[in-house]
Design a protein around this ligand. Structure first.
Ligand code: ADP
Ligand code: MG
Length: 326
């Protein structure tokens, strides 16, 4: 069975709930939303294309989850509370079971974070999911990329590198993205790729503590580089301080792990800077948010982003064309 555009939209609309800040949700020409007083609107958009941002074999529930997760991660990086989103879907066919599974993954994450779907667009075409996410921050309270200062500590939440490892396994034909992996470490990596958990609780605790913040989507050094460029500073990351991952250790040697941890993508962790005097506050904030975080380096005046080993030798990323499993 295939659905027409309107029954398809109705299937999605049926999963939404009424809320006081949504004067008009799905159903009119546009949504009508009520901002709370004293808050600034934070807006971000991210698109996932099949075969580019996720393997074509990815299950619809995982696609629904991840499409929203990457947007929530951007809101987390700004210190924003999720509020509203729109969903633009391009679908090759309107299969009801595909839509229902997609909605299951999407709304599991949306409902957990108070994110309301208020509109969107539905067209026929290659599979592509485009979400615009909106959230609120108290006036002037956003966590930005341009606030880092020389001497700041550099922190990262969670364990970067695990999603990149999962992707490499999949590319080498050693991981099925659409089936639970038999080995527990493999399954953990698979989840990290398909079901990233946006660091919203941590970000809410960083107000008044972090001076700058970015979410890690393109690799830790690259995204830390964005903080440095916007702040007019440099950074050194200490290799021996990178958080250890048993799943990565079981899979690859130290050099390969570094490559994944520093230059892999799809982590959706937060990288932030804070003054050294606030180390205890950071630790406490992360404890309250039940979010592991590691202090991995410091902001420098050099304008370079370096990853240093214990003897101060900078890590050189392998040349392009490097093959993880050759
Ligand atoms: P219009 O032609 O005026 O743009 P549509 O027929 O495209 O209206 O959409 C009807 C309503 O359904 C609108 O409120 C729109 O925001 C909503 N909508 C369409 N597609 C989606 C979707 N994929 N997810 C959520 N809401 C959607
Ligand atoms: Mg439309």
């Amino acid at each position: 069975m295939s659905l027409d555009e309107f029954s398809l939209i109705e299937r999605i609309r049926a999963r939404t709930v009424a809320r006081a800040d949504i004067v008009l949700g799905i159903g009119d020409d546009a949504a009508l939303l009520q901002m709370p007083p004293g808050q600034q609107l934070v807006v971000t958009a991210d698109t996932l294309n099949a075969g580019v941002h996720f393997p074509v074999q990815t299950l619809p529930a995982d696609i629904g989850w991840k499409a929203l997760a990457v947007n929530l991660s951007d809101l987390a990086a700004m210190g924003a509370r999720p509020a509203w989103c729109t969903l633009a879907l391009s679908l090759p066919a309107a299969e009801p079971h595909w839509i229902d599974a997609f909605a299951e993954g999407f709304f599991a994450l949306a409902d957990a974070h108070g994110m309301a779907l208020v509109g969107g667009d539905t067209t026929r075409g290659p599979l592509s999911i485009s979400i615009t996410a909106m959230g609120w921050v108290p006036q002037g309270g956003a966590l930005r990329r341009d606030g880092a200062r020389v001497g700041d500590d550099i922190w990262v939440t969670g364990i970067p590198g695990e999603a990149a490892a999962a992707l490499a396994l999949w590319q080498a034909g050693k991981l099925d993205v659409a089936a639970v992996a038999a080995a527990p470490e493999r399954e953990l990596l698979r989840q990290r790729l398909l079901r990233p958990v946006p660091r919203l609780p941590a970000s809410q605790r960083l107000h008044g503590i972090a001076r700058s913040c970015v979410d890690v989507s393109d690799g830790l050094l690259a995204d830390l580089g964005h903080i440095c460029t916007r702040s007019g500073v440099g950074a050194e990351v200490w290799l021996e301080r990178l958080p250890r991952s048993p799943a990565l250790a079981a899979l690859a040697d130290a050099e390969q792990r570094r490559q994944w941890q520093l230059a892999g993508g799809d982590d959706y962790e937060l990288c932030f800077t804070a003054p050294p005097q606030l180390r205890e506050q950071v630790a406490l904030a992360m404890e309250f948010a039940a979010t592991p975080a590691s202090r991995i380096g410091r902001i420098t005046a050099t304008l370079q982003v370096l990853a240093l080993d214990a003897s101060g030798v900078p890590w050189q990323p392998p040349r392009a064309g490097y093959n993880h499993f050759a």
